[in-house]
Structures are given as structure tokens and as C-alpha cells.
Design a protein around this ligand. Structure first.
Ligand SMILES: [Zn+2]
Ligand SMILES: [Zn+2]
Length: 95
């Protein structure tokens, strides 16, 4: 069994906007359009802003403890703490 790392690095798809007002990041589920958009962040650098935005966004996503991808609730297997690609849910009513 793999060790579960609470600090799995965020590997979500993201987009960044930068204006004079600061930086804004949008993070996306690895498998669908679900996303979280951070507020405008004033920071010295894009990296610094990213770290802050990531902290906010992490609350809205679930990290897969196998592949490290961040996914929405619909693409997460809570029991296994993995994404549905790594731990597919068995659909009992699939007929
Ligand atoms: Zn999703
Ligand atoms: Zn996974």
C-alpha cells in the first residue's frame, strides 16, 4: 500500500490572469470543467500568488493519493482517497 502524503503536490490544470490589481488563478478538475477561481491576490511574484491561490483552491478539490491529480467531488472516490481513474467506483445499478 502506498503511503498517503497529505502534501501531495497540486497538479490541477490552472489558468492565471495578471493585471495591475494582482494575480488571479483558476484551478480546474483534471477530468471536467469544474473549477475554482481565486480572488485577486496582491503578491510580489506569480509564484507567491500561486501558493496563496493554491491554498484557497485546495479546499474545493480532492487530491488523489495515487496520481496526485486534483479532482472535483464527482471524480473522487472518498473511500479510497483517489480519483476515479485510479479507483473507479463500482456501479451497482449500471444496467
Ligand atoms: Zn470533475
Ligand atoms: Zn488518481
Amino acid at each position: 500500500m502506498k503511503e498517503r502524503d497529505p502534501n501531495v503536490r497540486f497538479q490541477s490544470k490552472y489558468a492565471m490572469k495578471h493585471t495591475s490589481g494582482g494575480y488571479q488563478y483558476a484551478f480546474y478538475c483534471a477530468y471536467c470543467d469544474f473549477h475554482y477561481t481565486s480572488g485577486w491576490i496582491r503578491a510580489g511574484s506569480a509564484e507567491e500568488a500561486y501558493d496563496l491561490a493554491e491554498k484557497e483552491a485546495k479546499r474545493e478539490f480532492n487530491g488523489c493519493h495515487s496520481c496526485g491529480k486534483w479532482v472535483c467531488g464527482d471524480h473522487y472516490n472518498m473511500g479510497e482517497m483517489m480519483c476515479l481513474k485510479c479507483a473507479p467506483l463500482i456501479m451497482e445499478m449500471s444496467i
